[in-house]
Design a protein around this ligand. Structure first.
Ligand code: MLT
Ligand code: MN
Length: 303
């Protein structure tokens, strides 16, 4: 016990890669059988210190498939059990919460989220299918440390974001730093520190400070360029409007985070339009030259 083990369960953004209804240039490579791309499920990581008890950070609609491909998350004892001891949500987006509906069979685990995200669950009656007698909903306060697993210290912090798409009412406040969208700092018993930020509209001073000196950063890798979805004819929205900073350019995450001291930097939550998904693309090479790794489903990181 002691090593912080992190598994990337799903490395893609909402929709996964390829997206089921998409023939955009990057998704089409998969449908055509290209050897340069691999399928990816939707955004989630699992964290453990002992390999027996796991914290999921976010619970994607693909959780069942993720469990099928991850022996560590399969039941190990008795007639009914799960190594999933706790789940922490970083926002109320569908790709981060819909998997809860799959984990509803009167199985005990702790569900942690901020008051804003708990309110979203509260207002969507379908989540009542997850029996509170088995799955207590625990409110997480920003900046207040808690231990969802023995020895694992977690602190959450606001990151620039917005309300979930399905909660938008008019034009949302993009980049608000509230408990609607959070980042997570995970610290093991030996003080090694991972920072997980799957969605971030821009790099604020607070985000910069939080990342500085981390042993591992897992960061929003949704888009390569802000207008990528518009340019591909796949949508009308910029990345910024969706609450995501892009990787490239002077304002992008690669440049903005370059001055910070970080052990390993890994992109997560990668959208199906992002050319870094293609193994040998120029964008993949640029990201790697900037010191970044592109996560994939099943990626294991031991700190
Ligand atoms: C996002 O990350 O912007 C959302 O997950 C989009 C969505 O709800 O599909
Ligand atoms: Mn998302």
């Amino acid at each position: 016990m002691g090593t912080l083990n992190i598994l990337v369960l799903g490395s893609a953004a909402g929709g996964g890669y390829p997206q089921w209804n998409c023939r955009g240039p990057v998704s089409q490579l998969y449908w055509d059988g290209s050897a340069h791309v691999q399928a990816r499920t939707q955004s989630s990581i699992a964290v453990s210190l002992d390999g027996a008890h796991w914290l999921l950070v976010n619970c994607s609609p693909d959780i069942r498939q993720q469990i099928l491909t991850t022996p560590a998350l399969q039941p190990q004892t008795g007639l009914r059990s799960t190594p999933i001891a706790a789940i922490l949500l970083t926002n109320g987006d569908i790709d981060h919460i819909a998997g809860l509906l799959t984990l509803r069979e009167k199985q005990a685990y702790d569900l942690y989220a901020t008051p804003a995200v708990l309110e979203v669950l509260q207002h969507n009656k379908i989540f009542d299918a997850i029996d509170r007698d088995f799955v207590p909903r625990r409110a997480v306060k920003l900046g207040q440390r808690f231990e969802p697993l023995e020895g694992l210290s977690v602190e959450t912090f606001a990151v620039p974001g917005k309300v979930p798409l399905y909660m938008e009412d008019g034009t949302p406040d993009i980049g608000a730093e509230t408990d609607t969208t959070i980042g997570v700092e995970l610290t093991g018993p030996d003080g090694r520190r991972a920072v997980y930020i799957p969605g971030c509209a821009h790099i604020s001073e607070a985000v910069r400070t939080r990342i500085e000196g981390a042993d591992l950063l897992m960061f929003d890798g949704t888009l390569w360029t802000d207008s990528e979805m518009i340019d591909a004819g796949l949508g009308q929205k910029t990345g910024h409007r969706m609450g995501h900073i892009s990787m490239s350019g002077d304002d992008g995450s690669i440049a903005q985070l370059a001055p910070l001291k970080v052990g390993r930097r890994v992109f997560v939550h990668i959208n199906n339009t992002n050319p870094v998904l293609i193994d040998d693309s120029p964008q993949r090479r640029d990201a790697e030259a900037g010191g970044w790794e592109i996560s994939y489903d099943g990626m294991e990181i031991a700190l």
